[in-house]
Design a protein. Structure first.
Length: 164
């Protein structure tokens, strides 16, 4: 089992297989536009822009489970991400990341990379680094800035370039 076996819904309502991202390094993030960590959108976009031509993508999953920091519908979320943060990396339909109705992708991510205090997601902007084969490599806390993940993304991309 790996990340590529999941299907998710885009922010525009289309079904999308994560198998479409096979061969790419991914950074999967639960986001919220009204969160104190929302300025991280800028850093996430910078990572996406820097490495997308080398086979990297940020995947954003809006979530309203933490103090109602993502109250809008998908269209409002997409608009806020684009206007306020210049986001053009893939965004997906709003999901739950914790609880009985947590999206299956997040159930899987949490199982593969539990946090320090157990497997639940503690807050918005928890990040999961995934390799080209869909394996979860590492979980990063909401306070980890995207720029601190840069070297690990580069390492995974270089590894695949060597084998190419």
């Amino acid at each position: 089992m790996n990340v590529h076996q999941f299907t998710v819904r885009t922010i525009r309502g289309e079904e999308k297989s994560l198998a479409d991202y096979q061969g790419q390094v991914l950074l999967i993030v639960n986001t919220a536009t009204k969160c104190g960590f929302a300025p991280q959108f800028t850093g996430l976009q910078e990572l996406h822009d820097t490495y997308k031509e080398q086979g990297f993508s940020v995947l954003g999953f809006p979530c309203n489970q933490f103090k109602d920091q993502e109250p809008g519908d998908d269209a409002q979320v997409e608009q806020a991400c684009q206007i306020n943060f210049g986001v053009n990396f893939p965004l997906f339909s709003k999901i739950n990341v914790n609880g009985a109705d947590a999206h299956p992708l997040y159930q899987y991510l949490k199982k593969q990379a539990p946090g320090l205090l157990g497997s639940s997601i503690k807050w918005n902007f928890t990040k999961f680094l995934v390799d080209q084969q869909g394996n979860v490599i590492k979980r990063f806390s909401p306070t980890t800035s995207p720029s601190k993940i840069d070297s690990q993304i580069r390492k995974l991309l270089e590894k695949s370039a060597v084998h190419a």
